[in-house]
Ligand binder design. Sequence first.
Ligand SMILES: *[C@@H]1O[C@H](CO)[C@@H](O)[C@H](O)[C@H]1NC(C)=O
Ligand SMILES: *[C@@H]1O[C@H](CO)[C@@H](O)[C@H](O)[C@H]1NC(C)=O
Length: 357
Amino acid sequence: MSFKINLLICFFILHLWAAAGHKIGIYEIKKGDFSVKVTNYGARIISVLLPDKNGKIGDVVLGYDTIGEYVNDTSSFGAIVGRVANRIGGARFTLNGTLYKLIANDGENTIHGGPKGFGHVVWKVSKYKKDGPHPRITLTYHSTDGEQGFPGDLLVSVTYALKNPYKLSVVMKAKALNKATPVNLAQHSYWNLGGHNSGNILSNVVQIFASHITPVDQSLIPTGEISPVKNTPYNFLKPREVGSQIKELQSGYDINYVVDSTEKMKPVAIVYDEKSGRVMDVQASAPGVQFYTANSLNQKGKGGYVYQPHAALCFETQGFPDAVNHPNFPPTIVTPGKAYVHKMLYTFSITKYWNSY
Ligand SMILES: *[C@@H]1O[C@H](CO)[C@@H](O)[C@H](O)[C@H]1NC(C)=O
Ligand SMILES: *[C@@H]1O[C@H](CO)[C@@H](O)[C@H](O)[C@H]1NC(C)=O
């Protein structure tokens, strides 16, 4: 009941925003037969069109047909999530002696910045070039002091840009205007390289360049340990099928990996879908990546297709979950005057043979 009322309020606020000139729209960036559609509702990627090995174009991200469905969405399809992506245990943290209480929206914890995190606000389109040599769109959002419980005003931006050949770059930035605050932005697309409506991803071949994970408790909050993947179903150091050991887990993968590389742009993961021949390579500047196999999906999406558990893969590059409550994790606090930048690069290609598999 209160969920329904919240949605009504949500729609009402959206209409006010629209009336104030913050229109919700859909924007395409395009380079030949490679195109990405974005909406400023949640700065979300809503489609990624790519050829397969036979030249047939397919849409490789899960999503919906209408903005109204994105407003109702609880899976963060394609969104930029924040102010703090992933979970904060007990929906609280202490920063410099002050206790901040957040809104719990995942049992007793906060996930993806709270019920009205950055995936559920209207961003402003500040730059947009549909095609030509440098197709790109920049979206910005001013998050206010106390929003969803977080301290200080924060300016955030994301730029989606297409580069040759078949590269999608995502640059997320944030600037604290007056108070120190935790910041952890993540791009939450659900990938299915065989096509969003092609069934499950269990036969995809995945490689993750990470020798350690941050183990979690029953409510998916990190215990604070950093454990090797060796001899566990989490080991994707060598490419193998996603489904080959998934039955050893409760419902699938939903865990933060500690990316091995110390380079600025770190190799994170490679995915290969044999049927379509599509390959996706993910690099990012963040120290961690949440590998999620869409374990709890049961959701009607684009064209009425029903997405079931394991219909997609997420590689949410990020700071470590609940870092604000774990002093041994890399810090996620952004202070005024110091910029936060998180870069990602997706490179898509086609191969008929997977050499190293
Ligand atoms: C959003 O959810 C409400 C409540 O379940 C439902 O009545 C409404 O039809 C949904 N809107 C869309 C666009 O799906
Ligand atoms: C904590 O407070 C001190 C003293 O007011 C200040 O110098 C410092 O920058 C603060 N640190 C953070 C992370 O806010």
